[in-house]
Each structure stands twice: as structure tokens, then as C-alpha cells.
Design a protein around this ligand. Sequence first.
Ligand SMILES: *Cc1c(COP(=O)(O)O)cnc(C)c1O
Length: 322
Amino acid sequence: MTLAIRFADIEAARERLRGVAHRTPVLTSRSADARTGARLFFKCENLQRTGAFKFRGAYNALAQFSPEQRARGVVAFSSGNHAQAIALAAQLLGIPATIVMPQDAPPIKIEATRGYGAEIVFYDRYREDREAIGRALAAERGLTLIPPFDHPHVMAGQGTAAAELFEDVGALDALVVCVGGGGLISGCAVAAKHLAPGCRVIGVEPEAGNDVQLSLAAGRIVHIDVPATIADGAQTQHAGQLTFPVIQALVAEIVTVPDAALVRAMRFFAERMKLVVEPTGALAAAAVFERLSLAGRRVGVIVSGGNLDCARYAQLLSSASP
Ligand SMILES: *Cc1c(COP(=O)(O)O)cnc(C)c1O
């Protein structure tokens, strides 16, 4: 079966993102290495524009719009990092953006999205279907819908994070990546296969939402109810039609971590590395600290994002066990 993206798509995405996306730093930590016995390289996408890797995929997708698509505009449905990523990418490219968000989305996210110049269309999350609203808007206004993960241009954009990491630190024994709908890990796995063929790509899901782990075991895309987890960026109910075959072909295994481990990893990032990391952004590190045995290995860890409300952040950190 042919996969939705090839390494050449990631290389092309890198050209589009050059000078636009940040080349995020790769940080190391002696205390993290001492704790795991591994040599860890943290790729800090919490320091990416808009605070998460999603800017990469969003910009790569919008930069490929035809003149007509650009003139008409883009629509996305998201309350989270994809919304901000699409809004900023659209602003930079002069494309009108419409974002479908729940009425009760956190005010900070609504403001951030509006701040990038997007028009926000609210919906009632208990009564209305955001996908249907997004599709209706796309049809009525001739907008192009860009989904958060299941799109080849989005997947290729996300893969540039891993490509940069390999370029900076060389070959790795393992690359640990969080998994929501699988856009990030599928792009990263294609980059790994090309740039570091011996590297084991390991996915991490919240314990409460292990749909991709179940899907790999079942050999088909398994749907689950909205999982109860603090990792809101990984509250997806199923992998994508395009991302899942890539995960099946190139990802070695998926492990899970409980929310308490995410809080402990967030606290480690704050105390030891001076990094603000959101719960979903801490998935890969939590698995490295508490689930995987990687002693003696060189390991890449994607820190996927750092967007969360200050009050919520303080509450989570103060609830962490020492
Ligand atoms: C969207 C998101 C994820 C999950 O990415 P997928 O491409 O859906 O697997 C992980 N972390 C953060 C911070 C995100 O915003």
C-alpha cells in the first residue's frame, strides 16, 4: 500500500517553512539522563510559533493553496492548537480564516485565535456537530477545510520537526512521539525511516485514550468515546484514514501513560529545564521517564506544545506528587 506522504514531501515542507517557522531548540538535561540512563534530546515544539508543532502542518498546507483557494479562505474546526496554527498561517499568507469553536472554549484560546485575525463561528458542543458545521461553511462560502491531522500536507509539515532533530543530533536509537490523531507521529516516522533507518519510533497515548494502540492490535481503525484525560490534544476518538496506515507501517509500538505521570513530567520540565509544557506535550517525556527502558540509548523526545492557561498550570503543578 502506498503511504500518504514520502520523505520528499517533508523536504518540500522544510523549504516552505524556512524563515517562517522557528527552528526550535533541542535541549538536553543531565538530570533527565541520570534518571533514565539514556542520552535524551528534547525537541522543544512548545517554543514553536503559536506554542505547538501544529504551525508547521498548518502553514505547509495553506502555502499550497491555489490563488482561488487563497482568495476564498480556509476553515478549520478546533478549540485548541490547530485553530491558532491555522489562524496565524492564514494571517501570514493573507488568507481569510474561519475557525469553528465551541461556545465554551477557554477565553484565552478564543482571544489568541481572534488575535491572529480569524473569524470565529461558535457552536454548541452538546447539540451541534462541528464537522457538519465546518463542512457546511466550506460548501456555502467556498472555503477549503484543513483538518488537524488527516491531510498529507499537514502530516508532511509535522514531519519537519523530526527532520530538524535528526539533522541536529544525528542518528538516534529511538524517537518518542505523542499520538492524538497521528499527524505528528506519521510525519516524524517518515522522516525517521529516511534519515535514521535503525531508529525505533515509539508512540505515546494517554492511558484513558489508547485508541491507536487498540487499532494496531485490531489491524483496523478503532473508535472510542471521548477519553477523560488532561491531555486535551490527544482526546481524539480515532486515528485518520491517512495517518493510520503510516503508523501501521512505520511505528514500532504504542505505550500509554496515566495523567499523574503527565503532571510529574510537567513538573520536571518546569523545575529542571525551565520549560512550560502542556499535558499533551508531556506525553512522550512521561513515557521515557516512567514506562520505557532506554538505558544506554540515544533517544529523541518530542515536546509537542506548551499552551495552557496559567491558573490551570499552577493547579496542575501544585497537585503533583514530589
Ligand atoms: C495536536 C497535538 C498533539 C497530537 O497530534 P496529532 O497529530 O493529532 O497526533 C499532541 N500535542 C499537542 C501539543 C498538540 O497540539
